[in-house]
Design a protein around this ligand. Structure first.
Ligand code: NDP
Length: 334
């Protein structure tokens, strides 16, 4: 056990991390961008005493020294989980909106911990399959060994910006540890597209997190005439991703390791099939049953063995994940 600082506490994945941290006995301090979001998190945990769960406001992780005061804590922190990073499709200014917050947010918190939080033993950085995938030339099997070869120039093109932001942020984290030899070690968690239940206190019809958007669209009837291209064909459930973050601080051997947290392959057609099976009442909103899948027969494989062996993750099925996601979306009125 110990005391944990979790950045991006208002995020989809972070909401699940909070609950697992509390269940595992960690004292948890989250960073959020506004008092209002912090209050919503506390109100959703009415029985949790304030020494077990609290928040601090960090408006912009990219700001110089954003974490310098936050990492100074009494009692001091033992671990840091850094999830805060922009994830949406609205790329206006690639550098200001994505690359800076992802990269400077990551190096900024590592610098602050090195300078002001000597008790921190481990930092877990939420990276992504985006930092692994090579969209131009897929390997036969993806694993922790693969790196996205994206260049800075390519990253300035909006269609590549998010992936570049995650790649350069993760690289910067490993380089920091290599060069600075700080008091802590790091682990990265690299999930592909994350599905799973949303928490009611953070969500409404207008604010469904990016990775659940396609399931939300599906059950609202937006794909009635056919599904859009799937994109990357790997997915994972948010509860498995959240547990991986917590296990990455609990398991000593996780230090210095990159973890590919992937459950399986899927396509948008498969999502529609699962929803059709689990919610017959939504039939009229869904695309026809016989639409083809766009997943190639020789789709790349994935190697998640390290996450199972070291972190003990037991992956949920697509049926369970998509059914639980749809249930949670329907319960908030979608
Ligand atoms: P969310 O958008 O739900 O969460 C992102 C969090 O980061 C929010 O708390 C957001 O705050 C915060 N944030 C974003 N930009 C800033 C900033 N400039 N300053 C301070 N806080 C900021 O996304 P997810 O929960 O899905 O993503 C969490 C992490 O997981 C990210 O690092 C993402 O890249 C990674 N990831 C997600 C995947 C997915 O499919 N969901 C897949 C792979 C990786 P606010 O709520 O105020 O906007």
């Amino acid at each position: 056990m110990g005391r944990v600082l979790l950045t991006g506490g208002s995020g989809f994945i972070a909401a699940h991390i909070i609950d697992i941290l509390l269940a595992h006995g960690f004292d948890t301090v989250v960073t959020v961008r506004s008092e209002e979001k912090g209050q919503r998190i506390l109100e959703a945990h009415p029985d949790t005493p304030k020494e077990k769960l609290s928040y601090v406001v960090v408006k912009d992780v990219a700001a110089e020294g954003a974490f310098d005061e936050v990492v100074k804590s009494d009692p001091p922190f033992d671990y840091v989980l850094h999830t805060a990073s922009p994830f949406h499709h609205n790329v206006q200014d690639p550098v200001k909106d994505f690359l800076d917050p992802a990269i400077k947010g990551t190096t900024g918190i590592l610098k602050a911990i090195k300078a002001y939080a000597p008790t921190v033993k481990r930092v877990v950085v939420t990276s992504s399959f985006a930092a692994i995938v090579n969209p131009e030339k897929h390997p036969e099997v993806y694993s922790e060994k693969n790196w996205n070869p994206v260049t800075w120039e390519e990253g300035l093109q909006p269609s590549h910006t998010y992936r570049a932001s995650k790649t350069f942020a993760e690289k910067a984290a490993w380089e920091f540890v290599e060069k600075e030899k700080p008091n802590f070690n790091i682990a990265t968690v690299n999930p592909p597209l994350v599905f799973g239940p949303v928490v009611h206190y953070l969500n409404s019809l207008d604010s469904i997190n990016t990775s659940n958007q396609r399931i939300s669209n599906l059950i609202q009837g937006k794909y009635k005439d056919g599904v859009p291209p799937t994109g990357a064909f790997l997915w994972v459930d948010v509860r498995d991703v959240a547990l991986a973050h917590v296990r990455a601080i609990e398991v000593p051997e996780a230090g210095g390791q990159r973890f590919f947290i992937a459950s399986g392959t899927y396509s948008n057609k498969h999502l529609a099939d699962v929803v059709r099976e689990a919610f017959p009442e939504l039939k009229d909103k869904l695309p026809p049953k016989d639409i083809p899948t766009d997943m190639p027969a020789d789709i790349y494989g994935f190697d998640n063995k390290k996450s199972i062996k070291v972190l003990g993750i037991q992956y949920r099925s697509l049926e369970q994940s998509v059914t639980d996601t749809a249930k949670s979306l329907l319960s908030i009125g979608i």
